[in-house]
Design a protein around this ligand. Structure first.
Ligand code: UT7
Length: 325
């Protein structure tokens, strides 16, 4: 049994179809829905998003990210004994996207399951993988965030459809004698179910309720800013660190203004915040590992540095993980 778990490889994938704000605005205008690059950039920091082709599922995006992470960790698929996929846009009602992805990877026999905590999904999945490694139940885990949120968007609702995109990110988490993950913190408050939800379900072969995303943006924004700060402070306290020790903040990539506020509250300069929301919008559970992978591959985040991951999303769910890369 190992005392710690450590990220040994990262990967990510964005589907090839990229729409700038201007591209999206032009498509929406055909149906009389008006928006602009200026509004989207000013209110959110988003400049472009990627949409998967109709026959491409979360497991396909996750597979590409997982393969990259395995390669970075110098592992083969059959070395993995745990696969967790964080997604709110699974390929099927069941089986899990993790099982479908495991089969596509050509690996068989590992534990595989999905975690559904919307935009906090990757933080939840990483925390679960860390715990399973620490108990000895797993030694080499693939933790993946993969989403096709474009399938949930109401393209007549300009307050939500400009915000989200598709993508995937992955990490390999391995048992280690050195840290690794130092602390994590998970929370949820189900009384806020209604402010960010897709209030439909399948029954008797029909979709009942509404299968498209609904969000009270202002309420989400206000809650997000407060709970992210609480989670960040909680993991710092658990690990015996202070905010000034943090080399890099990798927040959920939803809105640049939420990230700026999270950094401000921790008194971290924006130079220490990894920002990729401009390139892919809000990809829900995929956004943190997408941002992390970009920063690791570009050499921005270096081995040994102290990294704070923090997520917030529907549920309401939120949490943070503090780790040494
Ligand atoms: O993973 C967690 C997921 N969610 C989030 O993180 C989202 C959190 N919330 C937000 O990011 C922001 O609340 C939004 C980006 C959704 C909205 O920004 P806001 O600054 O709160 O704008 P608002 O809702 O106050 O809207 C301001 C104006 C309104 O017009 P009026 O009433 O002032 O005339 C909207 O109708 O902007 C209008 N508007 C738009 N205009 C152009 C709303 N959406 C658009 C749009 N293009 N796409």
């Amino acid at each position: 049994m190992s005392l710690y778990s450590r990220i040994t490889g990262t990967g990510s994938y964005l589907p090839p179809r990229r729409l700038t704000n201007a591209d999206l605005a032009a498509e929406l205008a055909v149906n009389g829905v008006l928006t602009s690059d200026d509004w989207i950039v000013e209110r959110t920091g988003i400049r472009a998003r990627h949409f998967a082709a109709p026959d491409v599922c979360s497991s396909d995006l996750g597979l590409a990210a997982a393969r990259q992470a395995l390669q970075a960790a110098n592992l083969q698929a059959q070395d993995i004994d745990l696969i967790i996929v964080a997604t709110s846009t699974p390929d099927m009602v069941f089986p899990s996207t993790a099982c479908i992805l495991q089969n596509k990877l050509g690996a068989h026999g590992s534990a595989a399951f999905d975690v559904q905590a919307v935009c906090s999904g990757f933080i939840y999945a990483l925390t679960v993988a860390d715990a399973l490694i620490k108990t000895g139940a797993a030694t080499k885990a693939l933790v993946i965030g993969a989403e096709v949120f474009s399938r949930l968007l109401d393209f007549k609702d300009r307050t939500t459809c400009v915000l989200f995109g598709d993508g995937a990110g992955a990490v390999v988490l391995e048992a280690s004698d050195t840290p690794g993950i130092l602390a994590s913190d998970l929370h949820a408050d189900g009384k806020h179910v209604g402010i960010l939800c897709v209030p439909g379900h399948v029954s008797g072969g029909k979709t009942l309720g509404d299968p498209l995303l609904k969000m009270d943006g202002k309420a989400v924004f206000k809650l997000a800013v407060g709970v992210l700060d609480e989670a960040a402070r909680e993991v710092l306290a658990k690990a015996g660190k202070v905010a000034a020790d943090v080399d890099w903040l990798v927040p959920h990539q939803a809105n640049i203004r939420i990230m700026q506020s999270a950094a401000r509250k921790l008194k971290l300069p924006m130079e220490k915040v990894i920002v990729t929301v401009d390139q892919h919008g809000n990809t829900s559970a995929a956004s943190i590992p997408l941002a992390l992978d970009g920063a690791v591959r570009s050499g921005t985040i270096k081995p040994g540095e102290l990294v704070m991951l923090e997520g917030v999303g529907g549920g309401f769910t939120w949490g943070a993980v503090l780790l040494n890369l």
